[in-house]
Design a binder for this molecule. Sequence first.
Ligand code: SAH
Length: 348
Amino acid sequence: MAETHAAGLDVTSDAGLLELIGAEDPEREEALFAAARNVRAASYGQDVYFRGLIEFTNHCKNNCYYCGIRRDNRRVERYRLSPEGILNCCKMGDLLGYRTFVLQGGEDPWFTDDRIVEILQAIRGEYPGHAITLSIGERSRESYERFFRAGANRYLLRHETAAEDHYRKLHPESMSLRERKQCLVNLREIGYQVGAGFMVGTPFQTPGHLLADLRFLQELRPHMVGIGPFIPQADTPFGGCPQGSLRQTLRMIALTRLLLPHALIPATTALGTISPTGREKGLMAGANVVMPNLSPKNVRKLYALYDNKICTGDEAAECRLCMEGRIRDFCFVPNLARGDYAGGVPAP
Ligand code: SAH
């Protein structure tokens, strides 16, 4: 790693990584971000890939302590898009030029495997060349296989935290880190491009936990990594906890870029929520993907994983133009192609 070596950054040893995870000195941080930018440029140039995000249901059977659409939150108005509604979002997305659709939702039992398969087949029929990404949580290996055969190519399933003790503090007993990791392995083996990821600044998180996240990513070698700050949602058990720090999140993005040079890393909506230029800063720290919202305007506010989420009042077309302008202002180049993983097949 010539980049890191020249900048005096040690991203191999635990001690070196811990030093960078906690690097508060602005010059040190800037050296880290610059190295990450160089690695990103070597892998993907200045291109930033667009994905159209469709938040199609906020019903969820899980009860994660951090999440605003958790089962026990009685204050959230629930919605689900119909299969036709989802297809309409795809139509709009296609018109706007997107070649990747991301279907994300809570773990909603109404969307049985059969229904998801039908929706995938319909999208695949209309758009044979587009990438279809699912982000609908944990299902059986057989379900993931059916979705893959029906046309899904990619799957986002953040591991949330790679440390067992920490995972237990963020989730009820019915959920387990082992199960989550097994899902990621299954998805990989089936042939999906897989996205893992974690939140920064969740309650009880230590630098050691963040180190575990980096080590886990190195082991799994996912194609995509979603990293965003934790943001409290008032009606959850963590509603009174502080939000994750912008700079800590940026450092984790940069370190992930250095460890996984070809990863597709989004500058997340959560990052844009805690700082007006958070997403741009994410790109400057090594991210190379944005996911403008394609969900119908009337449901945007209801997909409230956390408070004060941005862009809930904009039309899909506005999101597209706004993101494009922001990206160009920072001398990046919007790329609307499918944007598949460019690193070849990573060794298991
Ligand atoms: N049900 C799907 C999608 C979850 S929502 C799944 O299980 O994968 C997508 C991501 O939002 C989650 O993986 C989590 O990392 C993030 N998220 C949830 N609550 C959040 C909060 N309060 N602050 C920041 N990010 C949050």
